[in-house]
Write a protein that binds this ligand. Structure first.
Ligand code: CP
Ligand code: NVA
Length: 303
């Protein structure tokens, strides 16, 4: 296992499966009241430069269930937003804590914490990637479909952090991945370069959601305007018309096609109320699995 979780590009298929297997075990333990306080006495610093419900709660609860403690450093109260450099924050937190989880804008900030600190760093979302979310998504798909390899997953919408991580996570696990994005909103060039190196799974990039969704086993979507893009929201409402997961789109997918959404969702934009509520079980399993997947990541990195 790596020393950090900075992005899925850094992980091998075996490492992803190691995390998913431990996540399944920890979920079983939690549900059956089996103690698993493997991080007793350890502390996780959680840095948030963006809003969060799931990430904050699941890391804090997860750390508690593992016998440790998590502390919340919001942008509003820490010195980070006043300009303290990442190399100093990294070295200070390394003297107090056993791990850092960070949600921020630039991927470089996360990589900088890992470079200058001496403790494991976990990416809780950047503009580039959302690895913890996609580990939870892979866990959820495996629970529902009993396998990953050979499935076809599809992403409709903005080529954002979720698109980047779904593409990498899906292909690394041997799934065919098809993505429909408007031409001006493509996934990151590093991710597109990675798709060209994959030999045992197919990647398709199109501007046509119907083509992407054909025969899909899982359809993903995400908001049209991510955190930090609020100023572009009106333009995006226009540019993303047609990039919606709705019942027409679901008809071209497999009959038992799952729907995944990292949440929060904007009903009537990237997904209809009907499709969302029809697949709410799968979507809230996905939200729950953030807890178990992240507990596995913390246990592997911080023990
Ligand atoms: N999916 C996700 O990361 O949710 P939060 O923004 O609420 O943490
Ligand atoms: N793409 C979204 C994901 C939120 C969990 C964002 O970055 O805001």
């Amino acid at each position: 296992m790596q020393k950090h979780l900075l992005k899925l590009l850094d992980l091998s298929r075996e490492e992803i499966h190691e995390i998913l297997d431990l996540a399944d075990q920890l979920k079983y333990d939690q549900k059956h009241g089996i103690p698993h306080d493997v991080l007793k006495g350890k502390t996780l610093a959680m840095i948030f430069s963006k809003n969060s419900t799931r990430t904050r709660v699941s890391f804090e609860v997860g750390m508690f269930q593992l016998g440790g403690h998590a502390l919340f450093l919001s942008n509003a109260v820490s010195q980070i937003s006043r300009g303290e450099p990442v190399q100093d924050t990294a070295r200070v937190l390394s003297r107090y804590c056993d791990g850092i989880m960070i949600r921020t804008f630039e991927q470089a900030e996360v990589e900088g914490l890992a470079k200058y600190g001496t403790i494991p760093v976990i990416n809780g979302l950047t503009d580039f990637s959302h690895p913890c979310q996609v580990l939870a998504d892979l866990m959820t798909i495996r629970e529902h479909k009993a396998k990953l390899e050979g499935l076809k997953i599809c992403y409709i919408g903005d080529g954002n952090n979720m698109a980047n991580s779904i593409i990498v996570g899906g292909l690394k696990c041997g799934m065919d991945v098809s993505v429909a994005c408007p031409a001006d909103y493509l996934p990151h060039p590093d991710v597109l370069a990675f798709t060209k190196t994959v030999t045992d799974a197919k990647f398709e990039l199109t501007q046509d959601p119907m083509t992407a969704a054909e025969d899909a086993d899982v359809i993903f979507t995400d908001v049209w305007a991510s955190m930090g893009m609020e100023g572009e929201a009106a333009k995006r409402q226009h540019d993303f018309v047609g990039y919606q997961v709705n019942s027409e789109l679901m008809k071209v997918a497999h009959g038992d096609c799952m729907v995944q959404h990292c949440l929060p969702a904007h009903r009537g934009e990237e997904i209809t109320e009907e499709v969302f509520e029809g697949h709410a079980n799968e979507i809230f399993d996905e939200a729950e699995n953030r807890l178990h997947a992240q507990k596995a990541v913390m246990a592997l990195l911080m023990k």
